[in-house]
Design a protein. Structure first.
Ligand code: PLP
Length: 426
């Protein structure tokens, strides 16, 4: 079977079913092409992509600037490992550091690896700078978090499917309720060995749960007061998705006007992934200032592919696209319109309880029990109507299109969504 052989949807699904591990439950659609906000299935049907590969494709599918950077670099030099320098990585590190306002970037590949990296930096900082006794460092995390799927990360997940039967679990994590400052205050006051607080600025996988206004700023303040590192996992919310360059924006060097006036919530450690490459390549990274990042010394952390020349070239192009095309501003404007339009429909219907989100990271809450199949059935109907989305948890459907969408396209999508939802009215 050659790479060039054309498959029908049925054949492609059958192959994955037979030869692939069943670690996902995809919608039955087989995609073979993408451009901007659109994807096409192997039979040629065109869809609006309202998932963007879980917010990795913020810059749109196959963005020519990103693809060209990748091709050029792939034809020149792909991998050296970090045993040698390459002439691309420093340029990427400089752009990332300056864009997000930190002294240094530690490049990795996947989001989970970047979270693991942040955990390691935080623990090392606790022993070497804060003076926490050996092996006593604790990191505070939130209930219903999603930070990836490695053994350490799933150790502190309360999603039973991700967690159960993978023990023995990694120690050193204390779980508190999300969006609960008292819980954070209590845990910080009661334990001198807390090294960090790891938090998603919006809990994406949990169902686009937006915390109360001021939660992040106050959480950061509490962390500062107790000499605890505030670690933001912006793997999903970062890089313009929520209408700002970062959901924690405040004190970065971000050119977006929606950053001005927001309170300073600058994480001590910032975790990025997904859209750092525009979905073209697995690129992730951790940013921090020197007094934290200098705990990392040769041999103490690394990855063969992390910071490879292709990743660096792609990463530079991907960040340039976000800035040049004003994607944060566009996400902000379109997000306002999206929620406004759905909020006009919701009071007149009995199938959706609410819409919530920021920028172009939104979700609707379906009026049915969490274990019903209604959200899935709606996604199947949306697919028939030319729009691809997926339930996050139970009865919640996430809507996260590429940020290169224009208003006309968005309005067409709102039309498709409302028309589809109307069919499910009870
Ligand atoms: N952190 C957050 C907030 C995420 O949403 C995700 C993935 O969805 C990850 C980490 C893990 O990223 P990856 O799947 O690239 O390992």
């Amino acid at each position: 079977m050659s790479v060039l052989e054309k498959l029908t949807s049925k054949d492609a699904i059958a192959l994955e079913e037979k030869y692939g591990a069943h670690n996902y439950h995809p919608l039955p659609v087989v995609l073979s092409k993408g451009e901007g906000v659109y994807v096409w299935d192997v039979e040629g049907k065109k869809y609006y992509d309202f998932l963007s590969a879980y917010s990795a494709v913020n810059q749109g599918h196959c963005h020519p600037k990103i693809v060209n950077a990748m091709i050029r670099q792939a034809q020149t030099l792909t991998l050296t490992s970090r045993a040698f320098y390459n002439d691309m990585l420093g340029k990427f590190e400089k752009l990332a550091a300056e864009t997000f306002g930190y002294s240094k970037l530690l490049p990795m590949n996947t989001g989970a690896e970047a979270v693991e990296t942040a955990i390691k930096i935080c623990r090392k900082w606790a022993y070497e700078k804060k003076g926490v006794p050996e092996n006593q460092a604790q990191i505070v995390v939130c209930e219903n978090n999603f930070h990836g799927r490695t053994t350490t990360i799933i150790s502190f997940s309360n999603d039973s499917v991700a967690h159960n039967n993978y023990g023995p679990y990694t120690e050193g994590f204390i779980k508190i309720e999300y969006d609960n400052l008292n819980a954070l205050k209590e845990v910080l006051e009661g334990n001198k060995n807390i090294a960090g607080f790891l938090v998603e600025p919006i809990q994406g996988e949990a169902g686009v749960f937006v915390p109360s206004e001021g939660y992040l700023a106050k959480a950061k303040e509490l962390c500062k007061m107790h000499n605890v590192l505030f670690i933001a996992d912006e793997v999903q919310t970062g890089i313009a998705r929520t209408g700002k360059l970062l959901a924690t924006c405040g004190n970065c060097n971000c050119p977006e006007k929606h950053c001005s006036g927001t309170p300073e919530v600058k994480p001590d450690i910032l975790i990025l992934g997904k859209a750092l490459s525009g979905g073209a390549y697995p690129i992730s990274g951790v940013l921090a200032n020197d007094e934290i990042m200098d705990v990392i010394t040769p041999g103490s952390h690394g990855s063969t592919f992390g910071g490879n020349p292709v990743a660096a070239a792609v990463g530079i192009a991907a960040l340039e696209v976000v800035k040049d095309e004003g994607l944060a501003e566009n996400a902000f404007q379109l997000g306002e319109i999206f929620r406004e339009e759905l909020n006009k429909f919701i009071p007149k219907c009995n199938i959706v309880n609410a819409v919530r989100g920021k920028g172009l990271l939104n979700a609707i809450l379906i009026n049915d029990s969490e274990d019903s199949s209604t959200a899935w059935d709606i996604c199947m109907a949306l697919k028939e109507n030319g729009l691809l989305a997926k339930p996050t948890h139970g009865n919640i459907i996430r809507f996260a299109p590429p940020l290169v969408m224009n208003k006309e396209q968005l309005m067409e999508c709102v039309g498709i969504i409302i028309k589809t939802l109307k069919k499910f009215e009870k």
